[in-house]
Write a protein that binds this ligand. Structure first.
Ligand code: NAP
Length: 493
């Protein structure tokens, strides 16, 4: 089925370099597929290193005049872009849902969420203040200013095709940087539409450039940016494995890095928790985007005395979830992104069952009725999970909840922190002393306290340990795209 959009011109297939939509110089392209059916829905450029270099040349050339624009002028353009994104919510949501699979209602939510970062950073652009430092001796004048770091390369994943790229482009442009961007192979269409709207908002040529590529070419495209000294920063959201490659390969030119990487989030339910609230918090955190989020609870620890009661309530809620294609009004969980994703989920569930987990619900692929297609997996709850299982070590990235029993706080804090990752953690408790103890002891960048929905444009999003560094959103977000400069004027006569 073809893409049906109110504005068909938002379905782009070319790269956007130096203000011109153009095919890859090599003329190659690849198919974008609907994860619900596996069928091709569009064709986009399969770019090469030469295309990436052309984007760098354009961004580098545009940098000086863009950085010299008054912050208020950059803010005005961002606000215009924000208004266009909201105006075309329905088309953007259709693109997200078709190429990524999430239900339309969730896709509309993603448009609003991604747009909120554009609005936020339009407002932050005009607030990038410096400092005046009292001189320690004499009558020197000591000042601190902030300057844009330069050309930024943004590399993004498929799970939030709009929000992840908006969260990077908006602060970069607000700071006065220019951008070269590469969306994920599976979900380039939303990013291209977003760039088309930025062009319509009046962004000058070269300020924002985008190239698309298949997985086979990605190392060439990104490699061209990694080795180029004109690219001063890489901002990346994706897996920890690729994040480490980027850190290694950007070392020769010592680029700035923001890395939003994988997680292995613990979700802890204490016996003093409001169990119904904990179940709802888990449903919100776990099943958004079918569990394909970096902050998705991957390990759910429940205190022994409430384990059975919690498991019963949870299983009833999970069994009520409706799985189906994103364009059905009643779908709550769509297909997984691709065959590799479903294979991994299946591997994790089989491994857990082989090591003694109990299947409480789900546990299989779905293929029939409204879920006819290659990539559906049933919402699943596993009981009696243990730490030797693959799903305890590695993010499953799917609709699978493993339940672990625990005895006391000491044991569960140790277990929760026993991972190289440190993105998000959640816990439910009504004990105020415990709340503050836990909030400080959990080794993550984000902590949900009696809350399953954490992200907001006004909050700093990011991890510690092998979940990366840098923060997106909030008043801290602009700093990642700015260099601090110190000016010292000698003693005045
Ligand atoms: P991924 O495989 O690391 O891909 C992310 C991006 O990197 C894609 O654009 C991908 O292109 C590109 N890429 C892949 N291999 C590369 C290479 N060798 N050199 C340069 N670029 C390369 O991650 P994913 O599977 O798309 O996304 C899922 C991961 O992202 C999960 O681990 C999730 O936790 C993490 N994530 C983190 C956050 C956060 O904020 N911390 C948010 C969302 C997702 P291709 O698509 O062409 O492979």
């Amino acid at each position: 089925m073809a893409l049906e959009l109110d504005r068909p011109d938002l379905a782009r297939s070319d790269n956007f370099i130096d203000g011109i939509w153009q095919p890859s110089g090599a003329g190659a392209h690849y198919d974008v597929c609907d994860p619900a059916t596996g069928e091709a829905i569009a064709t986009v450029a399969d770019s090469t290193a030469a295309d990436a270099q052309a984007a760098t040349v354009a961004a580098h050339r545009a940098f000086d005049s863009w950085r010299q624009q008054p912050a208020a002028a950059r803010a005005k353009l961002l606000k215009r872009w924000h208004a266009l994104i909201l105006e075309h919510t329905e088309d953007l949501a259709r693109l997200i849902s078709r190429e990524q699979g999430k239900p339309l209602a969730e896709a509309r939510g993603e448009v609003a969420y991604g747009a909120s970062y554009v609005d936020w950073f339009a407002a932050e652009a005009v607030r990038s203040y410096g400092d005046i430092i009292p001189a320690p001796v004499g009558s020197k004048r000591m000042l601190v200013t902030k300057e844009p770091v330069g050309v930024v390369a943004a590399i993004t994943p498929w799970n939030f095709p709009l929000a992840m790229i908006a969260r990077k482009i908006a602060p970069a442009l607000a700071a006065g940087c220019t951008v070269v961007a590469k969306p994920a192979e599976d979900t380039p269409l939303t990013a291209l539409a977003l760039v088309a709207l930025a062009e319509e908002a009046g962004l000058p040529a070269g300020v924002l450039n985008i190239v698309t590529s298949s997985r086979e070419k990605v190392a060439d495209v990104v490699g061209a940016w990694l080795e180029d000294a004109r690219v001063r920063k890489i901002t990346f959201t994706g897996s920890t494995a690729v994040g480490k490659l980027l850190a290694r390969d950007s070392a020769p030119t010592l680029k700035r890095l923001s890395l939003e990487l994988g997680g292995n989030a613990p979700f802890i339910v204490f016996e003093d928790a409001d169990l119904d609230a904990a179940v709802e918090g888990l449903m919100a955190a776990k099943f958004r985007n079918g569990g394909q989020t970096c902050v998705s609870p991957n390990r759910v620890y429940v205190q022994e005395s409430v384990y059975e009661a919690f498991a019963d309530k949870l299983v009833a809620r999970v069994q009520s979830l409706r799985v189906g294609p994103g364009d059905r009004d009643d779908s709550q969980i769509g297909p997984m992104i691709n065959a590799r994703a479903v294979d991994k989920i299946e591997r994790h569930v089989q491994d857990a069952l082989a090591r003694g987990a109990m299947l409480l619900t789900g546990g299989q692929r779905l293929n029939g009725g409204v879920t006819t297609g290659p990539n559906y997996y049933a919402p699943t709850v596993l009981g009696d999970a243990s730490h030797d299982m693959a799903l305890a070590q590695d993010e499953t990235f799917g609709p699978v909840v493993p339940l672990f029993r625990f005895r006391d706080e000491e044991e569960v804090v140790d277990a929760a922190n026993d991972t190289p990752y440190g993105l998000a953690a959640y816990f439910f408790s009504r004990d105020v002393a415990r709340i503050w103890r836990l909030a400080e002891r959990l080794q993550t960048g984000l902590v949900g306290i009696n809350e399953g929905a954490l992200a907001a444009e006004s909050a700093p999003f990011g991890g510690i340990k092998e979940s990366g560094y840098g923060r997106e959103g909030s008043r801290y977000g602009l700093d990642d795209y700015m260099a601090t400069k110190y000016l010292c004027q000698g003693n005045l006569a």
